[in-house]
Write a protein that binds this ligand. Structure first.
Ligand SMILES: Nc1ncnc2c1ncn2[C@@H]1O[C@H](COP(=O)(O)OP(=O)(O)OP(=O)(O)O)[C@@H](O)[C@H]1O
Ligand SMILES: [Mg+2]
Length: 175
């Protein structure tokens, strides 16, 4: 899949609140890559099913979402922004960035978003136990999985610069 694309496909993942959407938005402004906010894509295209009372969220119809995304991903040049990693086809991505945030900072971000109780605790645990990082390493070749610390505005800029450099190198290597 890497051979005939003009631009790479990038997965931006991590626990809710680590800054995936903020980073993806800024990255899409800096590059010609298209940002796909998977949660929004799922809502807009009716890929959500029954409501999970326990987790206060809706259940995703993964097959429907994957069918929708397949032609987009084949084109290349997509920034995929999602807190899950394990159900996407491995062949879709040229690189995977797992954003990480300090627990206290993440707590404040989720709290100010109005998250409380089990939902707040589960998300903090998810970050403490590096759940998404582990899933990413299990789902993709370890050499394409990178952790990026994303606590501060300075770090988000560094992260974007680093990803831009990687994109330029990818283009040279895949001309
Ligand atoms: N590096 C950063 N420094 C300071 N604030 C940040 C940083 N990154 C993100 N934020 C802020 O943290 C909040 C959460 O960011 P964002 O919505 O991008 O997270 P997310 O990972 O997309 O979450 P979700 O999985 O729920 O969609 C936002 O208010 C955003 O502006
Ligand atoms: Mg988001």
């Amino acid at each position: 899949m890497t051979t005939n694309k003009k631009d790479p496909n990038i997965l931006i993942t991590g626990t809710p609140g680590v800054g995936k959407s903020e980073l993806s938005r800024l990255l899409s402004e800096r590059t010609n890559l298209i940002w796909l906010d998977v949660s929004k894509l799922a809502v807009d295209n009716k890929c959500l099913e029954s409501y999970d009372q326990n987790y206060q969220c809706q259940i995703l119809n993964e097959d429907k979402l994957l069918d929708l995304m397949e032609p987009m991903m084949c084109e290349g040049g997509k920034i995929v922004d999602y807190h899950g990693v394990d159900f996407f086809p491995e062949r879709w991505f040229d690189i995977v960035f797992v954003l990480r945030t300090n627990n206290t900072i993440l707590y404040d971000r989720l709290d100010s978003r109005g998250y409380t109780g089990k939902k707040l605790e589960d998300n903090i645990d998810c970050e403490i136990f590096q759940t998404i990082l582990e899933e990413a390493k299990e789902s993709y070749k370890e050499e394409i999985v990178y952790e990026l610390q994303n606590d501060t505005l300075e770090q988000i800029n560094d992260n974007i610069n680093r990803i831009c450099e990687w994109i330029e190198q990818w283009k040279i290597d895949n001309q």
